[in-house]
Design a protein around this ligand. Structure first.
Ligand SMILES: [Zn+2]
Length: 227
C-alpha cells in the first residue's frame, strides 16, 4: 500500500493528463474545471483511505468524525472502499446522507427561529430544478471523484504487486542460500570418498613394529609330489 504522501503526489502529477482527457471528452472549459476539482478532492480528501485513520481522513479537520461510522463498518481495502465505481458511489451516498441531515436540521432550526419559511415541497422543487439545470456539472464532479479514486486504486495495486514480487524473490533467494552449503558438502570429494570407502583400520601391532610372525602353513597332502 502506498503512503498518503505518495498518493498526493500521484494525484498532482496525473492532473495534467486528467485536464487533457476531460477537455477532449467534454469540449467544455467549465466541465473540465469540475472534473479536475472532483479529481483533486477525490485524490486528497474523498479517497478510498477514508476507511482508516489516514491523511485523507485527517484533512476533514473537526468534521472528520462524520467518517467514523464509515470506518467502523468498512474493512480497509475491501471492495466497498477500494472497488472501482462502487467505492466512490458508497462514499458519495454516505456524504449526501450527512449533507441532507445537516440541511434538514439547519432548515428546521431556521424555520423554528422564524428566520425562514421553507416548506418541504418548496425544498424538493428547488432541488429538482437545480439538478435539472446543472446535472452535467455534478456528473463531471462525480466523474472527477471516481478518477481521483481510480488513481488511488491503481497506485495501491502497483505497490502491493511490487511488494509481493520482491518478497517472493527474497524468499527464493533465502531458500537457495540455505540449500547451497548442503550441495557443496555433497559434492565435496573428501566427504564422498569417506562415505563411499570405509577408512582402513591400521593394525596397532604393525604400526609399533611388533607384527606377529605367521604361523605354520597347512598344506593339502594331495598337493604334495610323490616320494
Ligand atoms: Zn488505499
Amino acid at each position: 500500500m502506498s503512503s498518503g504522501r505518495t498518493h498526493d503526489r500521484i494525484t498532482l502529477w496525473t492532473l495534467p493528463l486528467v485536464v487533457v482527457l476531460a477537455f477532449r471528452l467534454t469540449l467544455n472549459a467549465w466541465l473540465t474545471v469540475w472534473v479536475c476539482l472532483g479529481f483533486l478532492v477525490g485524490g486528497w480528501m474523498f479517497g478510498p483511505d477514508l476507511d482508516i485513520h489516514s491523511v485523507q481522513y485527517k484533512r476533514w479537520g473537526w468534521l472528520r468524525w462524520i467518517w467514523l461510522p464509515y470506518r467502523s463498518r468498512i474493512r480497509h481495502r475491501s471492495a466497498w472502499s477500494h472497488g472501482p465505481v462502487i467505492g466512490t458511489l458508497i462514499r458519495v451516498i454516505y456524504a449526501l446522507l450527512w449533507l441532507s441531515l445537516a440541511g434538514l436540521v439547519g432548515i428546521a432550526v431556521l424555520n423554528g427561529l422564524g428566520q425562514t419559511a421553507i416548506t418541504w415541497d418548496a425544498l424538493r422543487a428547488g432541488l429538482g430544478e437545480h439538478l435539472r439545470l446543472h446535472w452535467p456539472r455534478w456528473l463531471a464532479m462525480v466523474a472527477g471523484l471516481e478518477l481521483g479514486a481510480l488513481s488511488h486504486y491503481t497506485a495501491d495495486w502497483v505497490s502491493s504487486t511490487w511488494k509481493r514480487h520482491r518478497s517472493g524473490a527474497k524468499t527464493s533467494k533465502t531458500r537457495s542460500k540455505g540449500r547451497s552449503p548442503k550441495r557443496s558438502q555433497k559434492s565435496s570429494p573428501k566427504r564422498s570418498s569417506a562415505s563411499r570407502y570405509p577408512v582402513a583400520k591400521v593394525n596397532p601391532a604393525a604400526k609399533s613394529g611388533t607384527e606377529e610372525k605367521p604361523g605354520p602353513t597347512l598344506v593339502n597332502p594331495n598337493d604334495l609330489p610323490p616320494q
